[in-house]
Design a protein around this ligand. Structure first.
Ligand code: C2E
Ligand code: MG
Ligand code: MG
Length: 327
């Protein structure tokens, strides 16, 4: 088996590709923008004049549509590393929205809006295509993990779209993993089951994201076949202090093991957490300890360097600073 070099946490630790600001701050930014633009373009502007949303709560389907058309979305990539070797095995695409007046808007805020309004279809298609295109340029040892809303899975054509995207981008199916969050109900379970089966039949793997936090964690495992469980950050934080957290994570790992699933632990911020997860037997680790989400270029630089070290047989050597790759 090929041995892959570890990636130092300092080395990978990079500035977040988009710093999120809280709603209060966002409102203040939007307020000052509205003042600069003048009253006719403020959030309370007159009919027929484009309105500038003053707060995240004011955003609507039209804002999402114009964001997609106007190129306001981008993808950041967060490395996922092998628990055994520390080498990057995958990068997760995380959607970023740089709104012209509100600044960076967190996906935790706008994905639910996209799901409610149906905009998740075209946005999700853009994410899938962008991530696959990016991954096709990476060394073959690296997968790409793409978040997919259960709402997208309700589209009976979703699996066909995945096929078309793989063909268009040239990415091998085995290098794509779709992360399905447990935080949103599956909808029509029969449709979702069919979608998951069709996607897995392509050779694309499926992870159950945010495991333990959402709807019917265990019920899903009874009905769906997943390749991986992603244990949510809420269980990882404080793993060292609370014995209960340790038991929960250990139990989730054992469940995954019995179902033949790999385990990724997300949200790892300390060496202690990483050590405990290795001891528990997690397959892969992800979190700020290893790397924050970085731009596609920065992820490419990290992967090229890892590939170079593999070729030159320098597995195990600690990497030096990658500051040049950070925006
Ligand atoms: P997720 O898929 O579970 O992604 C992990 C989130 O935790 C990301 O937040 C990531 O930046 C953050 N994170 C990673 N490691 C750490 C850590 O060590 N500490 C802390 N405090 N946070 C960490 P982000 O990017 O804000 O995304 C939030 C959620 O939005 C994602 O959770 C996912 O459910 C959703 N999302 C993001 N991009 C997409 C997308 O393209 N499509 C869909 N449907 N959902 C997306
Ligand atoms: Mg995810
Ligand atoms: Mg998650």
């Amino acid at each position: 088996m090929r041995s892959e070099p570890p990636v130092s946490s300092q080395r990978l630790h990079r500035a977040e590709a988009g710093q999120h600001i809280g709603p209060v701050h966002r409102s203040a930014v939007a307020g000052s923008t509205a003042q600069r633009l003048g009253p006719e373009r403020s959030a309370n502007g007159s009919a027929g004049v484009p309105q500038v949303p003053a707060r995240i709560e004011d955003l609507g389907a039209a804002d999402l549509r114009s964001a997609l058309a106007g190129g306001e979305f981008s993808l950041a990539y967060q490395p996922i590393v092998s628990a055994a070797t520390g080498a990057i095995t995958s990068c997760e695409g995380l959607l970023r929205w740089q709104h012209p007046s509100l600044g960076p808007v967190s996906p935790a805020d706008f994905i639910p809006l996209a799901e409610r309004t149906g905009a998740i279809g075209p946005i999700g298609a853009w994410v899938l295509e962008t991530a696959c295109r990016q991954a096709a340029a990476w060394p073959e040892f690296c997968r790409v993990s793409v978040n997919v809303s259960p709402v997208q899975l309700q589209d009976p054509d979703f699996a066909d779209r995945v096929v078309a995207t793989l063909l268009a981008t040239g990415l091998a199916a085995c290098r794509l993993e779709l992360e399905l969050t447990e935080g949103v109900p599956m909808g029509d379970v029969a449709v979702a089951l069919e979608g998951v089966a069709a996607i897995r039949a392509l050779g694309v793997s499926i992870a159950l994201d945010d495991f333990g936090t959402g709807f019917s964690s265990l019920g899903y495992l009874q009905r769906f076949t997943f390749d991986r469980l992603k244990i949510d950050r809420t269980f990882i934080t404080g793993l060292g202090e609370a014995r209960e957290s340790w038991f929960l994570v250990r139990t989730m790992h054992d469940i995954a093991h019995h179902f033949g699933m790999a385990v990724t632990a997300e949200g790892i911020e300390t060496e202690d957490e990483a050590r405990m997860l290795r001891e528990i037997g997690a397959t892969e680790l992800q979190g700020f300890l290893f790397s924050r989400p970085v731009t596609g270029e920065a992820a490419t630089a990290l992967l090229r360097e890892q590939a170079h070290r593999l070729r030159s047989g320098k597995a195990g050597r600690r990497t030096k600073s990658l500051d040049h790759a950070v925006p």
